[in-house]
Design a binder for this molecule. Structure first.
Ligand SMILES: CSC[C@@H](O)[C@@H](O)C(=O)COP(=O)(O)O
Length: 364
């Protein structure tokens, strides 16, 4: 997508054919910084410390991490070590394991001499596939927005609420939850997005709002607790969120706070959609609450907030007493019964085992 008119992806291979550049998302929206990852260690740090984040982008970064490892040492032990090192970075997003398994399955039967080239080629393919999947999700979601727009009076906006950042910054391009919104904009539909700030790391305020601004999408930033009120007053036509892992029966794990939005949506008759590419489906688990590991992140993310001071410097400030203990679960699970539909690259599935099986008969 565009940054000041120039098209970018979130990760790209450098001319040296070895290292990758990423947009370092820790500093947005205040500073746009591109950094180079040159080794599997760099890739692991970038994922763990959230220089890159968002389930699909984590997967692609890990794929390039494996490729960089193979350039150093293409033996079996190094392949397994790269898998382990990258896998332990973040536990919840299933795209990470999906990409690592995909890479290892491809590379294992090859001779070590052939592995590095094959790994770079596959990592590039996974990146391109992500772009195509998101574009397809966009077309499916656009059909829903069109239907809502058709029921509106002339000039009325379609109001969409989103949580966290499931935008292009969370993927290679387009985003999942945002792809339908960008396509609706291209088509001239009057969309407006309520952006949840998404404490503790504020991915909504920092990233989604920045994306919307860059693309001229009308939007309003709201605090996380405002969504229910907006819905009660008829100000939200639909919710679209992303997901880090969706189970075989349609339970949706996503950024902490998503569950509360789904409850408020159900209570107010607002459709609650989840946009996801198929690598985000974990066919091996059913009960999301019991079976999905929830990442517990450091307490500093809750006790401090980052922003820009009056002099323009990016600063962190403490907002809670030094002595107060902090808990920081990064994700929650929305049960399938609260989900109106799963917007996938193959169509909109009912959030159920049968619904997913109908679209992905080869997997279910
Ligand atoms: C298309 S991204 C889907 C999810 O990864 C997204 O909604 C999300 O929760 C991101 O969490 P983050 O902790 O910022 O990686």
């Amino acid at each position: 997508m565009n940054i000041q008119g120039r098209p970018y992806r979130t990760i790209w291979l450098n001319q040296d054919g070895r290292s990758v550049d990423i947009i370092d998302q820790r500093w947005l929206p205040h500073a746009f910084r591109v950094v180079t990852l040159g080794s599997v260690e760099d890739a692991a740090v970038a994922i763990r410390d959230m220089w890159v984040r968002g389930a699909p982008l984590i997967g692609v970064t890990a794929a390039y991490g494996v490729a960089m490892a193979m350039r150093e040492d293409a033996g079996d032990a190094a392949l397994d070590a790269a898998w382990e090192k990258l896998h332990e970075t973040r536990p919840t997003a299933i795209n990470l394991r999906w990409a690592l398994d995909d890479m290892r399955k491809l590379l294992r039967p090859l001779s070590p001499a052939a592995r590095a080239a094959a790994a770079y080629a596959r990592a590039a393919e996974i990146a391109d596939e992500d772009v195509a999947l998101n574009r397809a999700i966009g077309a499916e979601g656009l059909a829903i927005i069109r239907r809502i727009a058709a029921g509106k009076k002339p000039g009325e906006r379609v109001n969409i609420l989103t949580h966290c950042n499931a935008g292009w910054l969370a993927t290679v391009d387009w985003g999942t939850a945002t792809a339908p919104i960008y396509l609706a904009m291209e088509e001239g539909l009057p969309v407006h997005v309520f952006v949840d700030e998404t404490r503790p790391r504020n991915q909504g305020a920092h990233l989604t709002a920045w994306e919307m601004s860059n693309h001229g999408v009308p939007h309003t930033l709201i605090v996380d607790n405002a969504g229910g009120h907006m819905m009660q007053h008829g100000l939200v036509d639909m919710v679209i969120v992303g997901t880090d892992r969706t189970t075989a029966r349609g339970d949706v794990c996503n950024k902490i706070g998503t569950y509360l939005k789904a409850l408020a949506a159900r209570d107010n008759g607002v459709p609650f959609y989840v946009a996801l590419p198929s690598p985000t489906i974990d066919w091996t688990v059913d009960d999301g609450v019991k079976e999905i590991p929830i990442e517990e992140r450091g307490g500093d993310e809750v006790s401090f907030v980052q922003g820009r001071d009056a002099d323009g410097a990016i600063v962190r400030v403490r907002i809670s007493p030094d002595a107060s203990p902090v808990a920081n679960p990064a994700f929650d699970v929305t049960p399938a019964r609260l989900v109106t539909g799963l917007i996938t690259e193959r169509g909109v599935a009912e959030a159920s085992r049968e619904g997913l099986k109908a679209l992905f008969p080869e997997r279910g």
